[in-house]
Design a protein around this ligand. Structure first.
Ligand code: AMP
Ligand code: ZN
Length: 473
């Protein structure tokens, strides 16, 4: 079955064809670990994990690589502003590495609570400095980089495709125009590959390099680590839409300049999660995390379900009302599973049901194969779950299939227990009378009362120790 994905590069939905049938290669820009990932960031990671799952569903093996940015990302996505990691270390009175590890650990705790599979390879920028230096040296040797007043820059004038991903190919390029002027740059859109101490005298993390002691620009890590782990051409590169105009343009320029050919086949970008007031962002204090959601009564699964109700290429608006709706719908889904598990206990599917199950699974899969249409998949799920004409076993098997793709913890839901018998005053009185009759050895009366209890739906079983067990009839 073919998978279709929207490719930012061509601005169209295209049939996905892997470079190598055996394994799909997928690179996703990971977190900058200077603060907690907010739920907007996590929306992007949820969809990236889902894309990998959908490709697995289509029969591919997926090699998913994610970087962890623990050096180099400035408060702008370009070359201006302060170092995000350094600011956090000063704010929290900790070392840069303490900051990095704390936020990285929390990030992976949150993704595991969301039941996202850990990427095949997670790579930290600080552990790949040599790869980045080699990359920059190569660019310099090939004439794409220049050294100016202490920093090494990428010369965007040498790369005619610069800006094309965001639809601003060089001619009408406005990159850099909005940012503060850096006199050392030849073109406004040039960007730093390697900083030396000329940028921040007090930069804590620094490494020796052919250009002097310093540290890498932010963008180079993704090009270096992607090439190292996934090779010179990759199938899919993901990230949030904010990365298109600067970070991903710069990644493309560096990588293709070095490699001399096209680098990424599919660029897949996730739209933003917004608040009613606008964009949710870490740098402007977006504080809603998985932990803060828990404090106000929502589980990670409620949030994951919420994200699936909108398409990844549409923005979504976060609000407590929307979360309440998602929570209710998710709990209903769990309730269906609990009921079906209790009802389907020992049943087996008939031949017709096996064929129908196959068809239902295919319908569900097809929504996902068609550019990950999660809202349509969700309405299909409820259509099946609510259909009383279908057996509990059939519906349960279908929902277990859904869970193998979405990982919503439906398979862990327990079967509904038989509800306890409510002892009404009438039942209590009859039980008392029966006890009395049996004490008097009045078996006829005892049987008569037992029949009355049965007519109320209550069976009575006498146990050896004169105790009784009540059974729902
Ligand atoms: P960062 O840690 O800031 O580099 O961002 C991590 C990922 O989250 C990147 O892929 C961003 O593009 C993405 N992202 C940032 N803000 C949002 C948002 N409000 N909604 C969805 N994704 C976002
Ligand atoms: Zn990146």
């Amino acid at each position: 079955m073919s998978v279709y994905l929207f490719n930012t590069k061509t601005r169209s939905k295209e049939e996905f064809k892997p470079l190598n049938e055996k394994e799909v290669t997928m690179y996703c820009c990971g977190p900058t670990v200077y603060s907690y990932a907010h739920i907007g960031n996590l929306r992007t990671y949820i969809f990236e994990d889902l894309i990998a799952n959908v490709l697995r569903l289509a029969g591919y093996k997926v090699k998913h690589v994610m970087n962890v940015t623990d050096v180099g990302h400035l408060t702008s996505d370009g070359d201006e502003g302060e170092d995000k990691m350094m600011l956090a270390a000063e704010r929290e009175q900790k070392s840069v590495m303490e900051i990095a590890r704390h936020y990285e650990d929390t990030f992976f705790r949150h993704t595991s609570e969301l039941k996202l599979r850990r990427p095949t390879i997670v790579c930290r920028a600080t552990e790949h400095i040599k790869d980045m230096i080699d990359f920059v040296k190569d660019l310099e040797d090939k004439g794409f980089a220049y050294f100016s007043n202490g920093n090494v820059y990428f010369d965007t004038a040498k790369f005619p495709k610069y800006g094309c991903l965001s639809g601003q190919c060089r001619d009408d390029l406005k990159h850099g125009a909005r940012t503060e002027q850096d006199e050392n740059k030849r073109n406004p859109s040039d960007f730093v590959l390697w900083f030396t101490s000329s940028k921040f005298e007090n930069q804590i993390l620094q490494w020796e390099s052919p250009w002097g002691r310093g540290y890498p620009g932010w963008h180079i890590e993704c090009s270096a680590m992607s090439t190292k782990y996934l090779g010179e051409q990759i199938d899919i590169h993901c990230g949030g839409i904010d990365h298109i105009p600067v970070h991903h343009e710069n990644e493309i320029a560096q990588s293709e300049a070095r490699l001399g050919h096209e680098w990424v086949n599919f660029w897949v970008h996730m739209e933003f999660l917004n608040t009613k007031a606008g964009k949710m962002s870490k740098s402007t204090g977006g504080k809603t995390t998985i932990d803060t959601l828990k404090e106000i009564g929502y589980t990670p699964m409620h949030y994951k379900y919420f994200t699936l109700t909108s398409h990844y290429r549409s923005s979504a608006v976060f609000s407590e009302e929307a979360m309440d709706g998602a929570k209710k719908a998710y709990e209903n889904l769990c309730d269906y599973v609990a009921t079906f598990k209790a009802e389907a206990k020992n049943s087996v599917l008939t031949q017709d049901e096996i064929a129908l199950l196959d068809q239902l699974k295919t319908e569900f899969n097809n929504y996902l194969f068609d550019d990950i249409k999660t809202p349509l998949a969700i309405s299909h799920i409820f259509g099946v779950a609510k259909d009383n004409k279908k057996s509990a076993k059939l519906r349960l098997e279908y929902l277990m299939h859904v869970d193998s793709v979405f990982n919503l913890e439906l398979s862990n839901v327990e079967a509904k227990k038989e509800e306890g018998i409510e002892i009404t005053p009438e039942i209590a009185q009859l039980l008392e009378q029966r006890k009395e009759a049996r004490a008097q050895k009045d078996w006829a009366k005892s049987d008569e009362i037992r029949d009355k209890l049965a007519s109320l739906g209550v069976g009575v079983k006498d146990l050896p120790n004169k105790e009784i067990e009540l059974i729902r009839l």
